[in-house]
Ligand binder design. Structure first.
Ligand code: GLU
Length: 549
């Protein structure tokens, strides 16, 4: 029996050839420098922050070159696929502004001419490619049972040999086509394996756009390319899809780098031009227990999940800025000089991407986020915070959005100025930082009085202030001068320099007195500008709050 006859026996219903698919999915009409990338997640219900980094990188390179960025759902491992996984990916990424030129837009529809973009819908396409390999003698049916495969592994372990289906261990590799046909007709279950022509003792150089040239042993494993359920394995699906979808650059996480010799072989087996590969080094952190560096772990680190950032309300821009800062050399400096610049104005280059694991540090992210938020206009921040609260804190959402102008004016304190306030690192901080500006939340109070904490003295200061020195119409300078007069009258120093020289002459300083007013009105010892807070609260509410002390 010929290879062709064996291929027909295995796939009698597959009538399209690989040439048919070549014609259906022609080379893209793009300029020669255009980069076509894809984000290719498995719909497991979880998006790793490293995958988000990869998606930013893929989109950036495609966009900066005038190319195409598409989404491909890799769901051939049905055991890992969860319900609603596709929508979780699409919606989750949208929150980080990762949107696609092509790909599924929901479970049933997609955009683009290179689909289907969901692998489980491409079974026939893969099988045409498998069939082609069988007819060329480059793939074969394997009838080994799980027990037989286990037995091979045990033997290899016992003899301290490399584990896998290769060389003499590849039992079905040398079955005659006639024998294969007999067993297939007999109904024996089988899968399809790639017939590797590699020699493990020979070396191959693979090129990675980030890491440069890497020397690997050739692949000699006869890997499974088509499983018992008729679907391909990742390796084979990637070959078919990246070829037909005309991907120019496969940008993916580091875990796949050791598959390069196999992937080279698969492309070569078809005579296809290989895509370029770029592997992104993992994100790492210092382990709290051991002090050593380790990869971020889905099990141990909540910050590993993309949803962590969304739930906290860290602006997607800040996450992207942060990831670019830790993974792309030169970016941090560029951003320092262009703090108001758009990240897309920075020219990303593969050779500037970090080759080794980047250390992940939430404090640094928080800092970048604080700076980013500090530069947002109050109206923009109001919209972002409202959207966030609507999803994650309904109670405060109602309060915050009741009077848009009022809330915006609170956010606007010490904003849109040279040294803006930096107390907000994420949208969930907003409640913590401004709750006291809302009367309905100004209950069950826990005042953080500092140096002056004697209740009588506090009341004394507040009463004199409100009755004699406070005037709603005062400008900031007058307001401050009156604070000083209050100090003089009560025996506090109104001049900080003088106070430092002669502390014993006074009960305290103007800083201590204004702290009393700050705490009485807000409960907090750290707030943005007190004058602005008082201006927004207004006379009646100030009086009301003072009367509570
Ligand atoms: N589905 C693979 C994963 O989630 C994709 C790897 C790739 O980008 O090729 O790891």
């Amino acid at each position: 029996m010929s290879n062709k006859e064996l291929a027909d026996l295995i796939f009698p219903n597959i009538t399209k050839t690989i040439e048919d698919y070549e014609n259906m999915y022609p080379t893209r009409d793009l300029s020669s420098n255009a980069i076509v990338t894809r984000y290719a997640p498995s719909p497991t219900g979880f998006i790793h922050i490293g995958a988000l980094l990869a998606s930013f990188t893929e989109k950036t390179f495609a966009k900066q070159s005038g190319g195409v960025f598409y989404l491909r759902i890799e769901d051939t491992d049905t055991k890992r696929t969860v319900d609603n996984g596709i929508m979780e990916i699409i919606n989750g990424l949208k929150e980080f502004e990762v949107t696609f030129d092509e790909g599924p837009i929901n479970e049933n529809e997609s955009i683009g001419n290179y689909g289907p973009y969901i692998q489980s819908e491409r079974k026939e396409i893969y099988q045409a490619f498998v069939k082609h390999l069988i007819s060329e003698g480059k793939a074969y049916p394997c009838f080994c049972t799980h027990e037989e495969i286990d037995e091979i592994r045990r033997e290899q372990e016992r003899d301290k040999l490399r584990i896998g289906y290769y060389g003499n261990y590849a039992k079905c590799r040398n079955l005659s086509n006639d024998e294969c046909a007999r067993r297939i007709k007999n109904g024996d279950p089988f899968i399809i394996r790639f017939r590797s022509n590699g020699d493990y003792n020979k070396k191959i150089i693979c090129h990675d756009e980030v890491k440069g040239d890497i020397l690997f042993p050739e692949n000699d494993l006869d890997i499974v390319i088509n499983k018992a359920d008729g679907l391909p394995t990742y390796h084979f699906a990637h070959l078919v899809d990246d070829h037909l979808m005309r991907t120019t650059h496969v940008i993916r996480s580091d875990e796949w780098v050791s598959s390069l010799p196999l992937h080279y072989q698969l492309f070569d087996a078809f005579g296809f031009k290989r895509p370029k590969y770029a592997h992104i080094a993992p994100l790492a952190k210092i382990d709290e227990e051991t002090g050593g560096v380790r990869k971020l772990s889905k099990r141990k680190d909540p910050e590993c999940a993309m949803s962590y950032y969304h739930k906290l309300g860290i602006p997607y821009e800040a996450v992207r800025l942060y990831l670019a800062t830790i993974t792309s050399s030169g970016f941090e400096e560029w951003y320092l000089h262009n703090p108001d610049g758009n990240i897309d104005d920075y020219k990303f280059e593969f050779k500037k991407i970090s080759k080794s694991p980047s250390l992940f540090d939430l404090d640094k992210l928080n800092n970048i986020s604080k700076n980013y938020i500090s530069r947002l206009k109050a109206t923009d921040l109001y919209e972002r915070v409202s959207k966030y609260l609507n999803q994650y804190d309904k109670e405060f959402y109602e309060i915050f959005t009741e009077d848009k102008e009022y809330s915006t004016s609170i956010l606007n304190i010490e904003r849109e100025q040279k040294k803006p306030r930096k107390d907000i690192g994420c949208y969930s901080d907003v409640r913590k930082e401004i709750w006291y500006m809302y009367d309905s939340l100004f209950t069950n109070l826990n005042y953080d009085f500092q140096i002056i904490n004697n209740k009588d003295e506090i009341r004394n200061i507040l009463n004199l202030y409100i009755n004699k020195y406070y005037d709603e119409l005062d400008d900031k300078e007058t307001w401050f001068n009156k604070m000083k007069l209050l100090c003089d009258e009560l025996g506090y120093s109104s001049d900080m320099k003088e106070y430092k020289l002669n502390p014993d002459k006074y009960k305290g300083s103007v800083a201590d007195v204004s702290m009393v007013i700050r705490v009485a009105l807000t409960t907090k010892s750290m707030t943005p500008d007190l004058y602005e807070i008082m201006r927004i609260l207004g006379k009646d509410r100030i009086k009301e709050r003072i009367s509570k002390i």
